[in-house]
Design a protein. Structure first.
Length: 106
């Protein structure tokens, strides 16, 4: 929830499910040399599905650690196509794990 608040300016959500295992991705070499001081080559991540309990106006991207320029609700099946290529496999796994929770109205 801290990460949610830090990245999108709200923690108005509740955890409803968890990816059963950590997922790992490696950065392409040309990127790993440039970010994180070249000290890391990827990440292990634990993914959670959350139900948003706030209003759209509660999402504030102008927080002190601005990571995003814009946001929108999107169909869960489109998510892997919207992410940078080296993270696509992770997003496909997350979509598969959480598809049963998605509602078609967003």
């Amino acid at each position: 929830m801290r990460e949610l608040l830090d990245e999108i300016g709200t923690d108005k959500a509740e955890i409803i499910d968890e990816q059963p295992s950590e997922l790992k991705y490696d950065l392409p070499p040309e990127i790993s040399r440039k970010i994180w001081g070249g000290r890391y080559r990827g990440q292990m991540q634990r993914w959670f599905a959350l139900r948003f309990t706030g209003r759209d106006e509660d999402i504030r991207l102008d927080s002190h650690t601005r990571e995003f320029e814009a946001w929108k609700w999107e169909n869960i099946d489109r998510l892997p196509d919207l992410v940078v290529g080296f993270k696509r496999d992770i997003y496909e796994q997350v979509v598969e794990a959480f598809r049963h929770l998605a509602q078609s109205e967003h």
